[in-house]
Structure formats: structure tokens, C-alpha cells
Design a binder for this molecule. Sequence first.
Ligand SMILES: *Cc1c(COP(=O)(O)O)cnc(C)c1O
Length: 398
Amino acid sequence: MISALLPNYARADLAFERGEGAWLWTVDGRRLLDFGSGIATASLGHGHPHLSKAIADQAAKVMHVSNLYRIPQAERLAQRLVDATFADSVFFCNSGAEANEGMIKMMRRAMYDAGKGERFRFIVFEGAFHGRTLATLAATGNAKYLEGFGPIVDGFDQVPFNNMNAVRNAIGQATAGIIVEPVQGEGGVRPADMQFLRDLRAVCDEYGIILGMDEVQSGMGRTGKLFAYEWAGIAPDVMSVAKGIGGGFPLGAVLAKEQFAQALKPGTHGTTFGGNPLACAAGNAVLDVILAPGFLEEVQRKGNKLRTAMDGLAREFPQVYEDARGMGLLQGLKCALPVGEVQAACVAEGLMAITAGENVLRLAPPLVITDADLDDAIGMLRRATLRVLPSKAKEAAK
Ligand SMILES: *Cc1c(COP(=O)(O)O)cnc(C)c1O
């Protein structure tokens, strides 16, 4: 008989009672170091006092009023995001897929308003992940995820990642824009070449099409900049954000330049929960921490430290790891063994890591991770590696 909770996930048999910082305690008292952060979402870790208090205080005052009224918490959060980015205006929603839906609608409608309604198609990339709604599934283009959910929403042309010739060849009379993740998270922690991002910017300007970035996973400080596009020295026209922006509270956003943002006039788009006082109180509390002087530099420093250790492991154990890749505190180890085995060994050592495409072990600790916890994690990862090492190599490594 089917379980009451719909079994659409392959869940590990772990249930958590509470957390503190990067640590989680299971209901039966085990302590685990969380290097998944609820898939790069619990950016401030667990039980962060400033975030917990902001949510509790706002919950006690007013949680939800609907977008029929002004919402000061949303106005403030939008202004702060505008001040910190390329964007002139922000739309709030509740998830990454919903942010991408909003971004796709904004891009199409902006073309329509410019008298170019025939430009409705998007260039997207192999290995991408944009969400599980019908349009974002089509943008994701993964045959496994699409199977049985047809007809596939039309308008997405998939080309190889980091391949500018393929992008140029795919641009046609119907192209509205390009949608790209600066770092493909689900696809295997694959960073875009920074030159590729600059070339995408240039080709969009050349053809008068729109550059959309999906920073749902790479954004909100994850790579050591507020947004990963900053590393390339360019800016998108529109951008989707979610995951880390609420620190675990459901919140998503579409950030856009005025020229594109103005396409979503009253009546064109909306959501009931999006940007309500509670969600925006959480978003503001997260920004308080991430925008504090020196915070992002610390993310960079800790990311480099983690990466150096991972590069070392990949060099020392080529039987287990093919390479290390990633940016900031979004790092991956491409495994030579089935990644599930490595992940299970990590859990046995007390380290929760997650997986990604291309047989990659993904490490995405809370951005507030301490050096001591980072050192612990590196030790656990090394011991986990020894656990899965083929026995002859194990003898040699001792
Ligand atoms: C997780 C993710 C999404 C989807 O976000 P949901 O909140 O699960 O809908 C979209 N794009 C990227 C890059 C993601 O990592």
C-alpha cells in the first residue's frame, strides 16, 4: 500500500530533530555535519539566532496579507537587492521553478511588448536544471525527467554547455533569449567558463536578445560573490533566485532591468504567497548576514580551503576521484566509483554530502561554516574515501 506521504523521493532513512550551525541531530541522537544545507538552501545553517528571531517576530505580528496591499518587508528586500545588483526591480515568488517560470514569462512578454512576439524561443544548455514545472522541465531538457509528461512545452533549444559555436548556430528569427546557470549545480557542479558568460553577454547584445541567468543555486553568496555572474564581470538582463535567499524559508525572486521588468504589468503575472511579510522578513535577515562587511570574502576563503583539500584528495586517490570542480562553497568531486557508495561512506563518518549529475559528490555547506567544522568535514571526507578505496590501494595508503 502506498505511504501516506507520497513516495516520489528516494529518501535516506534519517530524520532530524534539531540543528545548530552546520550540525544536525537525528531523532535517535546521532550528530551529523550538514554539507548539503538542504540542497544549498539553509545558507545560514540551522537555528541561526538572527534568522530564527526575525521569523518568529514577524510571525507573531502579521504573516500574510496578499499582494492586494503594500508589503513594507518586500519593498525593503527588493530595494536592497536592487542596490546590490544589476537589477532595477524584483518580483517575489516561492521557489526556484516558479522564479524561472516568471523569468520565462517576463522574457517572452518583453519581446511581445517590443513588437517581436515571434521571438518566443530560448537557448538552454545540456546538463541544465531549471525546475520541475512543465515549462522549466522543458528548459531542463533532461529526457529522464520529461518521460511521460508530454507534450513538452515548446520553445526551448538545447545546446552543449560552454560551446559558443553551438550557441551562435542555434540563434534564429524566433530566439527571445538565452537562459544559463553560471554554475550548473544539479548537472554536476559544472562552472561555466567565465569567457563563455562574457561571450553570451556579447551575443545577446549583438542580436538584441535577452540574457537570463538562473542563479537559484549559485546565487546569494554561494560562490563567494553575492551572485556568480559578478565573477565574469558582466551582468544578465533578468535573473532567477531562490534556494539560499530565504535561508530555508521558501522564497524565490526574479530580478530584472527596468526594460524587461516593466513587461509584467498588473494582470500579467502573480502569486498568492509570493513576497509575503513572513518570507520577506526571512529574506531580509539572510541579507543582513550575507551583506555584512567581510562575509563574502570569508565564503571565498573557506571555499578555497575546501577546494584545496578536495584537489589533494583527487590527486591522492585517483581510484576514487577523477577531479574536483566548483566555485566558493559549491564544490564537487567527480567520482570514479558509484557516487552513492562514496556518499554512504561519508554518512558513516558523520558527513552529509549530496550528489549531482555526472556521478559527482556535491558539497554545499552552510555559508556560515566555521573553520573547525570545515576541518572536521575534511577529515571525515578523507576517512570516507579510505572506506571506499579498493583494498590493495588501502594498504598502500596506510
Ligand atoms: C533547485 C534549482 C531550481 C528549482 O528550484 P525549486 O525551488 O526546486 O523549484 C532551478 N534552478 C536551479 C539552478 C536549481 O538549482
